[in-house]
Design a binder for this molecule. Structure first.
Ligand SMILES: [Zn+2]
Length: 247
């Protein structure tokens, strides 16, 4: 459809001869892509993103974000949503963006290594996304449009498949809250990684000792205030809001 319109437009333009410079449409600088790992470095904004939830710190995290007047993005796993539907609902109700982190958190690099066929992978991929979306929609009342794959899996075929299903795939510019690094070092690295366009990855589900993530978020928000950076949802950071949600 788009192509047809474009061809028709091109024909009209050709027939009319070159337009004067002032009348030519400005090139679209931020055409949507199928994959992102950071936002524009020219805007004083960054995004907090949380994977693997909802989990046991989710409610405390929501309180912290609400206290600071901050909206974030939560990439939820289908099975976590089924375990804690109320938490998923609360995340969305507070105005945060809910994305998909697949249904069962399979490691797709490992599946590849097992020698699964491309056809099998594609079929499984669609199943994982559809099941996660159904659970998220049932619990939180929203259909996810953003996808973060477990382990940051981002092969070309998966991006294309996701795009054909209406998803934009998003990784991150920095994250380490799942590693064995000492918390002080972790915090220092998050603060250093805080810059315009940054997409910070943290976790509100999966694993133990997630309380440190709450402390890191508080430290990041303090630092953001000092640096004059505004925390925004990913759809805002990437300029991909639904038309009705644009402000
Ligand atoms: Zn994950």
């Amino acid at each position: 459809m788009k192509r047809t319109l474009f061809s028709a437009l091109a024909l009209v333009l050709l027939a009319a001869g070159p337009a004067p410079a002032a009348q030519r449409p400005a090139p679209q600088r931020h055409a949507p892509r199928d994959f992102y790992a950071d936002g524009s470095p020219r805007k004083p904004e960054f995004a907090l993103t949380f994977d693997d939830g909802p989990g046991y710190i989710t409610e405390d995290l929501l309180k912290l974000l609400a206290k600071r007047g901050v909206k974030a993005t939560f990439f939820m796993i289908g099975y976590s949503v089924r375990a804690y539907p109320q938490r998923a609902r609360d995340v969305a109700a507070a105005g945060n963006l809910v994305g998909s982190h697949t249904d069962t958190h399979e490691n797709w690099y490992a599946l590849e290594k097992k020698g699964k066929s491309q056809a099998w992978l594609k079929q499984e991929f669609r199943k994982e996304l559809d099941r996660a979306a159904a659970s998220i929609e049932k619990a939180a009342g929203v259909r996810p449009r953003f996808l973060r794959m477990p382990n940051g899996y981002c092969r070309g075929w998966a991006r294309k498949e996701a795009a054909s299903m209406g998803y934009t795939m998003v990784n991150w510019s920095y994250g380490s809250d799942w590693t064995r690094k000492p918390e002080a070092q972790m915090t220092a690295e998050y603060l250093k990684a805080l810059r315009p366009g940054a997409i910070l990855l943290m976790h509100d589900g999966g694993g133990k000792n997630r309380e440190k993530t709450l402390r890191i978020v508080a430290a990041v928000l303090d630092e953001a205030q000092k640096k004059g950076l505004k925390p925004v949802r990913l759809d805002e950071l990437l300029g991909l809001q639904e038309p009705s949600a644009k402000r």
